[in-house]
Write a protein that binds this ligand. Structure first.
Ligand SMILES: *Cc1c(COP(=O)(O)O)cnc(C)c1O
Length: 374
């Protein structure tokens, strides 16, 4: 570990980024300069091609970048693409699904939910039933990888059901896009949302929405907010050659451009997915050997972030474990599940299987140091 990198972030974002990604920010650029706007357009094109399989599908989609953290992009989407007389069906099996419910409530968007336990995976049959029973539902919104638990929801299957019923599908793929292969067209996703500081491995500062052009074009004037107006933001970028409305996060954009170059050099999303899966495998195998138990069964877990139960030992302290691991060069994440005591370890970012081998060794030391029965 060098002085500049005292620890690796094993969190769901911001993530550990590469040195060249950080170095890309050592440049001040004008938002009114062609050089910068061309980079914006290149980033938009690359994002679309990462979300679609064929050039024809790429033409059907377009990218909108939106200042703020990922939630701003989710709020911009829900607040802009659901018409006044529309109605949302929202999946709630974790904190991020619940956040969409809260956004809909605050914005006064009519909505109904499929609410279930955080440890229960979404069931496509529930969506089929709800859509068949309620023709008033115009849009369906759900989280792909619920970062609360690391749960992978069957988004492709649900998306195809939504599409078959002729409704609009909004997918919060915040923590999965670029880490897990997604084909927006195949999955029936009309809006796919992610941000600069998750699996694309950039730094925090903006989110982005990959939108089916034909649907986005219908939404002019629907937004419930000025600064979070998705259509107006898109129109500016699309027709003014990569300009943003309002101050653009120039340094963050340069970092993301470098990060997308590194994603291509790594071998694209398939290669990144394989690395994350290996990170996850090394982590789970190692911690299980020490006696830790993952919250979710193997088939429902994502290679993004993994929740583990606290050890049963009454003397166990998350804070002590956290500090001891931090001294050894790793920052992990507290749990977020309501009914169980858990901690989480992220396996995304500029981190590699050998980092997780070292991490497992550090867990073993810490458990021994405090004498915990795991
Ligand atoms: C990170 C994340 C978000 C956005 O969170 P911000 O803190 O606003 O960046 C939304 N949904 C999911 C599933 C996430 O993992």
């Amino acid at each position: 570990m060098d002085d500049e990198v005292p620890y690796l972030l094993l969190t769901p974002g911001p993530l550990t980024t590469s040195r060249p990604v950080k170095q890309a920010m050592l440049r001040d650029v004008s938002t009114w300069d062609r050089d910068y706007n061309d980079i914006v357009q290149d980033v938009r094109r690359r994002l679309v091609s990462l979300a679609t399989a064929s050039p024809a599908a790429s033409d059907a989609y377009t990218a909108v970048l939106m200042q703020g953290s990922g939630t701003f992009a989710v709020e911009a989407t829900l607040g802009s693409v659901v018409p006044r007389d529309g109605k949302l069906l929202i999946l709630d099996n974790g904190a991020y699904g619940r956040r969409m419910v809260e956004i809909a409530t605050r914005l006064g968007i009519a909505h109904v939910t499929i609410a279930q336990a955080e440890i229960a995976q979404a069931n496509p049959a529930d969506f089929e039933r709800r859509l068949a029973a309620d023709p008033g539902i115009t849009h369906v919104a759900m989280v792909h990888c619920e970062t609360t638990t690391g749960m992978m929801n069957p988004a492709a299957e649900i998306g195809r059901i939504v599409q078959r019923h002729g409704r609009i599908f909004i997918l919060d793929a915040m923590s999965s896009f670029a880490g897990i292969p997604i084909d927006a067209e195949q999955w029936g996703a009309d809006y796919l949302i992610s941000s600069a500081n998750k699996c694309v491995q950039g730094v925090p500062g903006f989110g982005f929405v990959i939108a089916r052009r034909a649907d986005l074009e219908r939404t002019a004037g629907w937004a419930r907010s000025l600064s979070l107006d998705l259509f107006d933001q898109w129109r500016e970028m699309e027709f003014k050659g990569g300009k943003w409305r309002y101050t653009s996060p120039t340094h963050v954009l340069l970092a993301l451009h470098q990060a997308l170059e590194e994603l291509a050099n790594e071998g694209g999303i398939a290669a990144r997915h394989a690395r994350y899966q290996e990170n996850h495998r090394v982590l789970v195998a190692g911690l299980e050997r020490l006696g830790f138990r993952p919250l979710l069964p193997d088939a429902e877990r994502s290679p993004i972030i993994t929740a583990f139960h606290y050890p049963r030992d009454p003397s166990f302290s998350f804070d002590k474990m956290y500090e001891a691991l931090k001294r050894r060069g790793f920052v992990i994440y507290p749990g977020k599940v309501s009914h169980a005591d858990t901690f989480r370890v992220g396996t995304i970012g500029h981190v590699f299987p050998h980092d997780f081998q070292r991490l497992v060794g550090c867990f073993a030391e810490v458990v021994q140091e405090f004498g915990w029965q795991v």
